[in-house]
Design a binder for this molecule. Structure first.
Ligand code: NAD
Length: 458
């Protein structure tokens, strides 16, 4: 059972047939809607992209996400999940979760236009429908929920906060694990603008999870800040280990992956986000760091560590290119096999993928690029067109290549052994940009091998 207030200041317990809406069915919204429905909550997903909605309604997922296709079919079949392109479908919803995109504007500040439009559309529906709690899951800069979102809903609904509920409830799921993370999150952060929304969300999550994850109840501004602090801390860990990797590379016998394991065993540090590599990409860390730095600059506050994490990240792609040059000399006219295009494994997401910057660098050196990715080629084609050659398997990608660069740590690439490279490549040379191969296997093999954070053997 979860509660909401349907009169100003009042509250009422809702039955198990209470409905939730999820607005924006992308990498966050679709798994969220599907998981809510899978847990038995009648869920209406709304997206302004008609083609996307039509595809989802037929049981086809527009994104690659493990476990999602199966759960989507089940929840659609059971009738627990409905998807629509009209906001009218939300008139019966009790809670509306907003999961629309918040990309970077041209100047690096956050683009809140999708959030603003979604809030206005919900406001229009609220004008003629019952009390709703509006919940902002999208990543937004501090002050957005209680600022432009509240104003947009109030002006379109002709109602005031209290006639509707409002909260920030940032999302922390990881692409590639979004079903698992939605079903079993580490924590829940609720920053409600009003007490009633806090109670509604608290009881909603108590109903969703048999054991309520650790929950923080706070103000909207703190909730919004927690999301940015989280992402900038994770980015900092990545850049920290990458800088350390570049030091290890200069010390004979050093290996950053051993150093990372050693420090990760310290509970105060923890092992995740300590894999040295080509740096971070994706739809969140780069744009969130950028937006945060803009917010800090406007507030006249210095976030030197976050700024350094961002700047350090820019230096990793050139490191991989230099390693390739160390192995095979000039890259001009050479065929470089790129294994992995997606910004991370188990995802087809190409937004801000490191592969794009690497390909740019390689093209600038007049190298010929061939690439393989188990899932992201259709999305890569949308960005890169036919400027590179695509292959349908790792073996086909390696065939005739002069150097291979490991870019995304898909599990199937970690199973490659020196003999695979020797049997297929013209000049077997490998740069492990994600530290997924065992350097010892390459010692004494016919493959020239280099890896991020690996000092020359003594
Ligand atoms: P996305 O681009 O994959 O999906 C956004 C969806 O919203 C699209 O399907 C789009 O058509 C739809 N949309 C846009 N405007 C709309 C409107 N006015 N009404 C209804 N639908 C609309 O974005 P995403 O990756 O799912 O990210 C959503 C938010 O969650 C962002 O703020 C992001 O920073 C945050 N976030 C993302 C992740 C992640 O791993 N992708 C993790 C945590 C938080």
């Amino acid at each position: 059972m979860f509660r909401t207030g349907n009169t100003r200041g009042g509250s009422e317990t809702l039955g198990n047939d209470a409905q939730v809406g999820v607005v924006g069915l992308g990498y966050v919204g679709l798994p969220t809607a599907v998981c809510f429905a899978a847990k038995g909550i009648p869920t209406i997903g709304v997206d302004v992209d008609d083609a996307r909605v039509a595809k989802i309604a037929k049981g086809n997922t527009p994104i690659m996400e493990p476990r999602l296709p199966n759960l989507l079919s089940k929840t659609l079949r059971s009738g627990r999940l409905r998807v629509e392109s009209s906001y009218d479908a939300l008139s019966e919803a009790d809670i509306c979760f907003v999961t629309v995109g918040t990309p970077a504007s041209r100047d690096g500040t956050i683009d809140l236009s999708h959030v603003n439009r979604a809030a206005r559309s919900i406001g229009k529906i609220l004008r003629h429908s019952r009390y709703k709690t509006v919940v902002i899951k999208s990543t937004v800069i501090p002050g957005t929920t209680g600022g432009i979102v509240k104003s947009a809903i109030e002006s379109e609904s002709h109602k005031s906060l209290g006639d509707f509920g409002l909260a920030s409830n940032p999302e922390f799921l990881r692409e590639g694990h979004s079903v698992e993370d939605t079903l079993r999150p580490d924590r829940i952060v609720i920053g409600a603008c009003d007490k009633e929304s806090e109670r509604t969300l608290d009881s909603f999550y108590r109903r969703l999870y048999e054991r309520l994850p650790k929950t923080i109840l706070t103000t909207p501004v703190n909730a919004e800040l927690i999301k940015y602090a989280s992402n900038s801390f994770l980015a900092t860990k990545i850049t920290f280990i990458n800088e350390f990797a570049n030091l290890c590379a200069k010390i004979p016998g050093a290996d950053v992956s051993v150093v990372a394991r050693g420090i990760g065993l310290d509970k105060r540090i923890a092992p995740s986000f300590l894999r040295a590599g080509l740096g971070f990409g994706g739809s969140c860390l780069p744009k969130d760091l950028q937006a945060l730095l803009k917010v800090a600059a406007k507030a006249n506050a210095k976030l030197g560590v976050a700024a350094a994490a961002r700047a350090g990240n820019e230096r990793q792609v050139p490191v991989a290119v230099q390693l390739a040059e160390r192995l095979i000399g000039s890259l001009e006219g050479k065929r470089i096999a790129i294994l992995g295009l997606a910004f991370k494994p188990d995802s087809d997401d190409m937004r801000e993928a490191v592969s794009l910057r690497l390909i740019d660098e390689l093209k600038r050196r007049d190298a010929k690029v061939v690439a393989y990715d188990p899932a992201a080629i259709p999305n890569a084609r949308k960005v890169l067109g036919e400027t590179i050659d695509y292959r349908s398997s790792a073996t086909a990608c390696l065939r005739g290549a002069d150097c291979c660069i490991m870019v995304t740590e898909w599990k199937e690439f970690s199973k490659l052994h020196p003999k695979h490279f020797e049997a297929t490549m013209r000049t077997p040379a490998v740069v492990d940009g994600r530290r997924i191969l065992d350097p010892e296997e390459f010692t004494g093999s016919g493959v020239r091998f280099a890896a991020i954070g690996l000092g020359q053997s003594i």
